[in-house]
Structures are given as structure tokens and as C-alpha cells.
Design a protein around this ligand. Structure first.
Ligand code: GLN
Length: 384
């Protein structure tokens, strides 16, 4: 067996969801909305499933979807990226895997920022990359600029970045992105930018894509996810946008991973991307209300709730909430004794993890959030 996978546990998301399914707990762990989004998108896919071809679509994706992705990003993010620079993948994780497999040779160094999504590190290692980890520190989770500069060496090839950041709910601002862009340009680094949360940003924020920054068009791989855009996480339809010199090798890697993605889902996504901006704004507003509902109830019950600028997640600080327990102990206890599943933030670290933060998914119905808040407050009272 490959040493990277043997001994590796099942992902924390699957583990917690399995526990929640088995025990009937409220699942605020794995990030998925309780209700499916965008009914017309689902209808368009259902229609296509019975009326259109179900044979292999073109390897790079259906032309109508690549066209729709280009038009969508032009309208929403001011990007001028032609459909020929777009590749459709089976979800963002496949896009990240194909990008890493294609863009590094064994021994090349990849800069990763902790806390980091759990797939990143094994994918970098399996691609033969050497991870160079830097860490954002609480409570502000600022970019560790000196550490980023220090992590760069002659073999640095890639920066793998998630923006907005899961699990922190942090949206990088223009100044932070410009710092990263300048670093990439100065040291000839390519940025793989996982922007799956680009549409889930709050308080009037506009997502800023790194690929749109000065000098970054030729050195950024932008990755998006229809599952996150349309609240349909099970669909696993993603896209990669990159200039031809980067996209060509990524497409070669992709053709031997999943090769293509179900055509009916691609047609549904193409229809969805053309929806008027107001529908995306309404989706955002709904999640923002849910964030405030759960966050407000928890704060009222004595929890220290950290700000969430985007994503489906908010973070609570156990120590600041008067709970003297590690994140993993707390998560084990709340699922066992209070029937709520959550994710310990230490799952997003490979080294030096803080042990006091827990991630909660608020993309749920009001009644679920109210019920979960009540249980979490009881869990705090039982311990503080
Ligand atoms: N992105 C989801 C999360 O952060 C998990 C996806 C998965 O389970 N693979 O919760």
C-alpha cells in the first residue's frame, strides 16, 4: 500500500456524518446545506437526463457549460477568461488533485497555509510535492507574511490557497491578495486558488479572485464548485480556469482521473450560472441570516463566537467560552451526550494545532439551528 494512505483515518467529515447518521444527532459537522438549492437547476438537469445524451461528453466539459462559466465570472467578478481556458471537473477536489499532479515534479515545494482543508496535504504528498506549512494564528487569523516569505526557496513551485478560508470563514481582502500576488510574481510561483466559497460571502462583501489581480492571469489556477454555488454539494461539478500553459497539463491529468463529468449535471449547472444576480444575493442573504441565528443564540448562551465573513461555517472558542476541554474531547462529548455533531478545528492542521476551536455548519433550517443551539448551550452548562 502507498504509505500516504495506509494508516490514514477516514476524513473527519465522513466520520462525523456517519456518527450523526448512526445516532440521529443534528449534524453541524460536514459542510452541506440541509435543503437543496435552486430547484430550476435541478429541473434542468433532470430534463437533460431523460432528453439528452448520456454518453461521454467532451473531456474538457460541455461547450455550453464552459461558455456559461466564462460569462458568469465576467458578470460576477469582472474576469475576461475565454471558454477555451476552462476545464470542467468532477468537483473541486478532483480539480485540486489534477492541478497538483500536473504542475509539480517530485521534490517541488508547495506552500500551504494552516488551518488547511484536509485533502490538501495528502494530495500534495501523493503528487511528490514537499509541503511547506505556514500558519495563521488566532484570534485574527492574519496572513503570516514573514513566515510566507521565509518558506520560499529555490524549489518552491506552488502556493495552494483557499479563499474564503474553510474552516475560518475568513475572506482575504485586497491588500492580503495583493501581497500574495506580489510574492508569486517575485518568486515565479503559481497559485492554485480554491475559491469554492466565492459566492458564500456576507455583509455586502464582494469576492476578489486572485486570478484577476495585476500580473496573476498567467500564474493562477482558479477553482470553483457548482455544489457550493447552488447548495447541491452531492453533485460534484467543479471548474478550473487557467491560462493554456497551465491548463493543458491539468487537462492531461484530468483525463486519467475522472475524464468527464455527468452531462446532465453540466447542463443543470450551465442553466444555473445564467441566473440573475439577485438569486445569488438571496442565497447569500439566507445563509447570512442562518449565521446570525446560530451565532446569536450561542453568544446569548455564553459561547465566544468568532466572526464569519463567508462559507457555511462559524467557529466557537471553547476556552473563551469557559469550557476547559480540548476541541476533540468536546466534539466527542457533544455528539455522544447532546446529539450534535461538529468538527474540531485541529482536523485542519498537520502540526501545532490549537485545541480550543470548533467549527459549526450553519447551513440548516431555523428549527434545526435553534434545536442545535439549545443542545450546545446545555453542553456548555454541563461543563463550565
Ligand atoms: N467541504 C466540506 C466541509 O468542509 C466537506 C466535504 C467532504 O466531506 N469531502 O465540510
Amino acid at each position: 500500500m502507498n504509505p500516504i494512505y495506509c494508516g490514514m483515518p477516514t476524513t473527519i467529515f465522513e466520520e462525523m456524518s456517519a456518527l450523526a447518521r448512526a445516532t440521529g444527532a443534528i449534524n453541524l459537522g460536514q459542510g452541506f446545506p440541509e435543503e437543496d438549492g435552486f430547484p430550476e437547476v435541478r429541473r434542468a438537469a433532470a430534463e437533460a437526463l431523460v432528453s439528452r445524451s448520456n454518453q461521454y461528453p467532451p473531456m474538457a466539459g460541455l461547450p455550453e457549460l464552459r461558455e456559461a462559466v466564462a460569462t458568469h465570472y465576467a458578470a460576477h467578478q469582472g474576469l475576461t477568461i475565454p471558454p477555451s481556458d476552462i476545464l470542467v471537473t468532477s468537483g473541486a477536489t478532483e480539480a485540486i488533485a489534477a492541478s497538483l499532479l500536473a504542475l509539480i515534479a517530485p521534490g517541488d515545494e508547495v506552500i500551504l497555509i494552516q488551518p488547511l482543508y484536509d485533502a490538501y496535504l495528502p494530495l500534495v504528498l501523493r503528487a511528490g510535492g514537499v509541503p511547506k506549512l505556514v500558519t495563521m494564528e488566532p484570534p485574527k487569523w492574519s496572513l503570516p507574511r514573514a513566515a510566507l516569505r521565509a518558506a520560499i526557496g529555490p524549489r518552491t513551485r506552488l502556493l495552494l490557497l483557499n479563499n474564503p478560508v474553510n474552516p475560518l470563514g475568513k475572506a482575504l481582502d485586497e491588500e492580503e491578495l495583493s501581497f500574495l500576488g506580489q510574492l508569486c510574481i517575485a518568486h515565479d510561483i503559481v497559485a492554485i486558488c480554491d475559491e469554492v466559497w466565492e459566492h458564500v460571502v456576507f455583509d455586502g462583501r464582494r469576492h476578489l479572485p486572485l486570478i484577476g489581480m495585476e500580473g496573476m492571469a498567467e500564474r493562477t489556477v482558479k477553482i470553483g464548485s457548482a455544489g457550493k454555488i447552488f447548495s447541491l454539494t452531492g453533485w460534484k461539478v467543479g471548474f478550473v480556469l487557467a491560462s493554456p500553459a497551465l491548463l493543458d497539463p491539468i487537462a492531461r491529468a484530468h483525463q486519467f482521473l475522472t475524464f468527464t463529468t455527468p452531462p446532465a449535471l453540466q447542463i443543470g449547472v450551465a442553466a444555473g450560472l445564467a441566473k440573475p444576480p439577485a438569486e445569488f444575493a438571496a442565497m447569500r442573504a439566507g445563509y447570512q441570516r442562518s449565521r446570525d441565528r446560530l451565532g446569536g443564540a450561542l453568544a446569548g448562551g455564553g459561547y465566544a463566537v468568532l466572526p464569519s465573513e463567508g462559507t457555511y461555517f462559524l467557529t466557537i472558542d471553547l476556552a473563551a467560552s469557559g469550557i476547559d476541554e480540548s476541541d476533540t474531547d468536546f466534539c466527542a462529548r457533544i455528539v455522544r451526550d447532546h446529539s450534535v455533531a461538529a468538527i474540531p478545528l485541529s482536523a485542519f492542521y498537520s502540526e501545532n494545532a490549537p485545541r480550543t476551536f470548533v467549527r459549526l455548519c450553519f447551513a440548516k433550517k431555523d428549527a434545526t439551528l435553534d434545536d442545535a443551539a439549545e443542545r450546545l448551550i446545555a453542553a456548555r452548562n454541563a461543563r463550565s
